[in-house]
Design a protein around this ligand. Structure first.
Ligand SMILES: Cc1cc2nc3c(=O)[nH]c(=O)nc-3n(C[C@H](O)[C@H](O)[C@H](O)COP(=O)(O)OP(=O)(O)OC[C@H]3O[C@@H](n4cnc5c(N)ncnc54)[C@H](O)[C@@H]3O)c2cc1C
Length: 386
């Protein structure tokens, strides 16, 4: 098979890369190793991310609207941040964007990309069904990007800081009717978070996202389940009988940064490029696909031409990702006592953060400085370290 742009990986970033390249007039193939309709991870996002990236939320995949998030410390202190958010039906979400892709003329192909050969002006990907030749290949295959590595790139900086995750869909009467997402922070999930996300009626997800303790995070997950049931025992009858329906595992590149993400005829996007998150990953995929499509139209797919993607991404997101990494490094070095003190200091008050992202960060910084000057100093040091 031959095409202008081949996208490997049909999840958030890959779907948007394929749609955007097709909208530039490219002939696009979207390849995935899994049968269509397999559930991906990532089911919750907040409106701030959508409005910041110009992402249009569609009602067809929203399962439950959320009123905000609660930050819960190791001893159970709680701070509330109002923010409109959504729990989505991930299968419907994917179907929605795959339908758009097909309408734009993208060809969906099932198959696993197992090798890559780049020659001047094109790339050749091998699959069990045969080779696919493309003027540009985009690796959107998630946090373990084998193709990019075969192409000689290290697309993720600080790969040791990928958070390994285990997330369960759970069922208990009324549990999904809560209005707030919960971030639990502290040694129950070192380096990042444990989460509760209400999906409506009796369903919710519970997860742990851990850095620096290997890929098997089951011990943290089991311990969080126990802690969660104890915390909610006063609210729900017989919560100890809560059922675990299914479990997903994987890596979340939340604290890493993009490394080498472009070469001749080849680009990397989404989790594969350390661009974490559902909505930010889609925006990254969209920038990547547009640059791929425009470069093909201009007949110039060299690294120099495709590097416009990297520059555009860095000007839109570079600062946000560096601040995110520095914040998580600060959190990782705080003891449970420090976190309790910080959350206790702001608990009982609603942290209303308004305005641009910089304004929100400044507001949060001022509120945090009042209760934990050391945390803010550590944050500044971690930003400087990059
Ligand atoms: C358990 C868990 C829960 C998460 N929850 C959230 C959340 O609620 N909100 C949020 O914003 N972020 C969340 N994240 C982070 C988020 O999932 C990722 O940052 C983002 O979805 C990555 O999207 P992606 O399109 O880059 O890759 P992925 O979603 O990882 O998809 C990669 C795709 O590539 C395909 N693929 C891989 N290798 C090949 C190959 N060789 N050939 C062909 N196809 C291949 C896979 O089948 C898959 O479809 C979560 C992460 C995990 C692990």
């Amino acid at each position: 098979m031959k095409c202008d742009v081949l996208v490997v990986g049909a999840s958030a970033a890959g779907m948007m890369a394929a749609i955007s390249a097709a909208r530039c007039g490219s002939d696009v193939i979207l390849l995935d190793r899994n049968p269509w309709g397999v559930d991906h991870s990532a089911n919750t996002f907040f409106n701030g991310m959508a409005s910041q990236t110009g992402f249009q939320v569609d009602d067809c995949y929203i399962k439950r609207s959320l009123r905000g998030m609660r930050i819960i410390s190791p001893s159970g202190y709680c701070a509330i941040i109002p923010a409109e958010g959504y729990f989505i039906d991930r299968r419907r979400f994917d179907d929605h964007y795959l339908n758009i892709a097909e309408k734009e003329g993208v060809m969906l192909v099932e198959g696993k990309a197992s090798g890559i050969l780049i020659r001047s002006g094109n790339s050749r990907i091998s699959t069990q069904q045969g080779d696919i030749q493309a003027k540009v290949t985009i690796d959107a295959s998630g946090v373990q990007p084998a193709l990019a590595r075969q192409a000689g790139l290290s697309p993720i900086r600080h790969p040791q800081d990928i958070a390994w995750a285990m997330e369960a869909t759970v069922q208990h009467p009324g549990l999904g009717e809560e209005d707030f997402f919960e971030y639990w922070i502290g040694s129950m999930a070192p380096g990042w978070k444990a989460t509760f996300s209400p999906a409506g009626e009796d369903l919710a997800t519970l997860g742990v996202f851990v850095r620096g303790h290997g890929m098997n995070v089951n011990p943290f997950f089991q311990s969080f389940l126990g802690r969660f049931k104890t915390y909610k025992a006063g609210v729900y009858r017989k919560i100890e009988q809560m059922k675990v329906l299914s479990i997903k595992q994987g890596g979340d590149p939340i604290a890493v940064l993009p490394g080498e993400i472009v070469s001749d005829s080849f680009m990397v996007t989404g989790g594969a490029a350390g661009q974490s998150g559902l909505i930010y990953g889609m925006r990254a995929g969209s920038i990547c696909g547009t640059v791929a499509g425009e470069s093909v139209s201009a007949g110039e797919v060299s690294k120099a031409s495709l590097s416009r993607y990297e520059r555009l991404w860095r000007s839109e997101f570079g600062r946000i990702y560096r601040l995110g990494r520095a914040s998580l490094e600060t959190l990782r070095n705080m003891s449970d006592r420090d976190i309790d003190e910080l959350v206790r200091g702001i608990s009982g008050k609603e942290l209303i953060l308004r305005g641009s992202l910089c304004r929100k960060a400044l507001d949060a910084g001022i509120k945090t400085t009042r209760v934990q000057p050391k945390a803010v100093l550590d944050l500044v040091i971690n930003i400087a370290k990059g």
